[in-house]
Ligand binder design. Sequence first.
Ligand code: MG
Length: 388
Amino acid sequence: MKIVSIESYVLKDQLKESFYFSQWEYSERKICIVKITSDTGQVGWGEGYGPAPVIKAGVDFLKTFIVGQNPLESETIWNLMYRRTLDYARSGVLVSAMSAIDVALWDLKGKILDLPVHTLLGGKKREAIMPYATGMYFTQCEDMPETLAAEAQSYVKQGFKAMKIKVGLTLEKDIENVKRIREAIGPDIKLMVDANHAYNLREAVQLCKEIEQYNIGWFEEPISPEYYHQYNELRSKTSIPISGGECEYLRFGFHRLLSANSVDIVQPDICASGGLTEAKRISALATTHGVEIVPHTWGTGIALAAATHFIANLDIMPGRLFPDAALMEYDRTENALRDQLTSPAIEINEEGQFRISDRPGLGFDLNEEVLYNYAMEESKLETTGLFQ
Ligand code: MG
């Protein structure tokens, strides 16, 4: 059995309404999607998290020595990619390119063996997962706290039991937004905040002090990701759990983060930090530090499916008879690529959870017509004959 082709596409969608967070404004979506075909005729789909055109270039480089390999030997292929890029890319977008290929290989392997990826990872340790809504980004509006509170309430109405909001605007504005949102959703909804490393240690300590009263589930990326020891110091000064890791790559990066006791919750992005192969290693590493994992998840249904299968297989930390529901990030900002490319969509039940699929591979159907419609012209030119 062998891989006969690896194709990569940059999908682009212009947003109807732009939004921003502490670092920059989003007015469009660009996502790199990877398709791997085996000589059995089956295909696997993957996606990379990060600047899509650069990830595509990385995939196009890596594929030159992967075509012809056995798709069932995903770890062998992972090591091949790692050894060929180790000297100059132990973090960053080339690792995202590796991740996209690795996710596609797991999907393909599952389809070839007719088994869900969670079985291939070692087994499903739970039947359902609780998605949390990521939203409450900043927009140009007259009364931002009111607008964000209304958005938060809409997620409660949709059945979400947990959500994450953006902070990192100014301390004063953040405090007001958190207060208004907590009042709007009531005491029973889990509420997390994410600064995308907008603050220094002094400001982060101050914000924690002011918002501790609102029962915050975690404070994500309070400080720039390089300052592991400042994360540790912040942890000693607040009762709010501290999380981070979406800017970290490979188990070696997570080893640095975890060894410095920087976080209570670690958040690798499966489509950036090394794929499902490396995420499994990172999760083993996290257990040696007694740290929980809730992956950072962004992008299309491919990334969501990869996170679903990974979380299905995660060890419960700590083990007990009645553990909390396993959380999964579910971005709710405008994204036509996420909504249209794959199906079925996530359906939340009365407990605010969704059931884990047992379909083979990553368990979704991908609409290639949608892929074609959103693929940028240069992607299409390289796929002569595929979309005539
Ligand atoms: Mg984040």
